[in-house]
Design a protein around this ligand. Sequence first.
Ligand code: DX5
Ligand code: ZN
Length: 225
Amino acid sequence: MARRLQAMIGPSILNSDLSRLYEESQKLLDNGADYLHLDVMDGHFVPNLTLGHPVVKCLRNKIKDVFFETHMMVSKPEQWIVPMADAGVDQYTFHIEPVDNVAEVCRKIKESGMKVGLAIKPGTPVSEVEKYISMSDMVLIMTVEPGFGGQKFMENQMVKVQHLRKNYPLLNIEVDGGVGPSTISCCANAGANMIVSGTAVIGAADQAATIKLLRSTVQEAIDRQ
Ligand code: DX5
Ligand code: ZN
């Protein structure tokens, strides 16, 4: 049977109560999250700090069988490949903007046993990431400037998603930033299948219903394609 695209929802825990990282993560999973999107910031590539591999490793010790994606908003992604692999990360998604040799970083990530995600900021043309698609497992189109949760969704980024979906029907395309019930249709119709959602899910009165709505909207768009 031919491979098919799958709608997947990966909440971002950035705006949750981080003193309760495990409980908040487990709650998201109990409420139907397909994977966890862990935002790693270095205070250099973006003007904010979050968490690093020691925290990811502790979380992995408590949550065994769930797909962990780390979104590496860092200036030197090659520096954290081995520590993140050791921490039990499944997919290492890094920004290509500060990297000289993207192919080399992709190779090292694979060698460490992780999947490769390539991320671009809103100002980066999609052609920049397109050259490396054959080396990757997923492309992340940022729909806010990376650095903070709770920002407004940038609809003008959807042309990138549309372009990629048209040319790469089976590529995993992720969107991240300002995605929630009011913006999900836009992402789904453009062709995104992996959905990161932070504040909209964390702050939802009914997390399970929100995650379900996000997933069904995306799945219906996939089924129409
Ligand atoms: C932004 C992060 C996102 C963000 C998502 O730099 O990469 O993952 O926290 O949060 P919301 O959905 O609130 O924009
Ligand atoms: Zn993110």
